[in-house]
Each structure stands twice: as structure tokens, then as C-alpha cells.
Write a protein that binds this ligand. Sequence first.
Ligand code: MF3
Ligand code: CO
Length: 253
Amino acid sequence: MRGKVFLKSPKEIEILKKANAIVMEILLALKEEVRPGVCTYEFEEIALRLCEIKKVQPAFKGYRGYPYALCVSVNEEIVHGMPRKDKFLKEGDIVSFDFGVIYEGFVGDAAITVGVGKISDLAQRLIKVTEEALERAIEKARIGYKIGDISFAIQSTVEKEGFNVIRDFVGHGIGRSLHEPPEIPNYGKPGRGLRLEPGMVLAIEPMVSAGTWEVKILEDGWTAVTKDGSLAAHFEHSVAITSSGPVILSKID
Ligand code: MF3
Ligand code: CO
């Protein structure tokens, strides 16, 4: 993901806002269906149905050969979990939904992690810290800051709590393509990297492990899990850098 950063006009940012609002609407609809006993494929079906209703294309399906519209990652699965008819949620699990759509030629991308029924204190803290890391990172998504400031905000928030950031996957620019330059690592040093400019649109996505940051890919070629089997959480927002500060495109009020 090296190369030119495509800056977006205010008009393009408006379209990206619609794309991302639809993504978050669908994510929240999926969240409503989370309960023990549901198979993870059911969420794929809901997501596909909502894409049809809203007249948008799922952005992940077919992307680099990924076969589904939705990524559903449970417990030690970090990202890119594939929806399965034989995998059922149970009380105490945590589940991450990562979803994207294409609307009028622009891509929206966001992710959330939610608990299934009553979850452990550790799982609750992991979810809270990961979401907080994203909030802290978005605070740095301002003109004059650098990519390293975003990365450091995530890493420091996470490590202060004794958790670890995943290093093998990164956030990214987003626009007409799902993945555009620049890459946004979830670890780094303040003041380093590319300077942020108005018109940049960034998908910031902390992935956090309660244990090791080391990753293993399962036999299916996609599902990324923590090497030590510890729980992982993932939150993602697409954010525009503007002269009036960060605009969270995938937020609905
Ligand atoms: N949301 C993921 C990302 O930002 C995209 C999933 S990759 C796909 O990288 F292959 F599943 F599309
Ligand atoms: Co993304």
C-alpha cells in the first residue's frame, strides 16, 4: 500500500459519509441479532439482505478472493473470520463484525466487537480498551499530526492496560478502493510518518489481543487467530481529515 495518497473533495467526502453510515447501520442491525445459538453464517445472510434493500454492493465479497460479504471473528479470531453454518455463538463469547459496502463508487468500512450475553470482566475490559484506543486515535486525526501520532495513541492506550496490538494487520486509506495508501499501523512513535492533510480519509482499526500479538492463519487461508488462543477485539471507523477536525464518517448519531 505504498504510493500516492488520494485526497478527497468535500463532495467525495459526503459520498463516503453515506457509504460509511450504511455500513454502520448494518453493523448495528447485526449487533441486534447477537445471542447464544445463532450460527455465524446467519449474519452473512442478514448483511446481504440489507445490502439489497439499501441498494449497495458488499465491498469484501470477491476482494482478493474473499468469498463472503462479512467477516465474523469469534473470541481468539482477530479478523477475517469466515461466516460458517456450523459455528454457533454461545454465552460469554465475543464477536467482531467487519463490514464494507460500495455506494456510488466509494467504499465504506467499519468494524465493531460485541459480547454474547454475559461476558467475563477480561472480555469487557478488552472491548472497552480497544474502543477507547480507536477514540484516542481519532483525536489525532487532525491536520498537522502524523500517522505515527495515530499509531502511538493506539499502542499506548492498549499497552497501558496490559494488552497488545496486532502488528500483522494495519489500518488504511479508503476511497474508491477499499485499501489505499497510507498504511496505518497500530503501533508506532509520535511525530513519525506521513503528515496528515485535509481530504485524507483513513480507516483506523485497532486490533487488540488480551495475550500475544503473534498471529496464526487457519487452514481456510483467511481466519487470523492469536497464536496463544487469547481473546481479540477489533473496532474500525473511517475518518476524514478536515480543516474543522476529524469527521467520523461511519458514525451515526
Ligand atoms: N475491513 C477489512 C480491512 O479493513 C477488510 C476485510 S479484507 C476482505 O482490511 F478480504 F475480507 F475483504
Ligand atoms: Co479496514
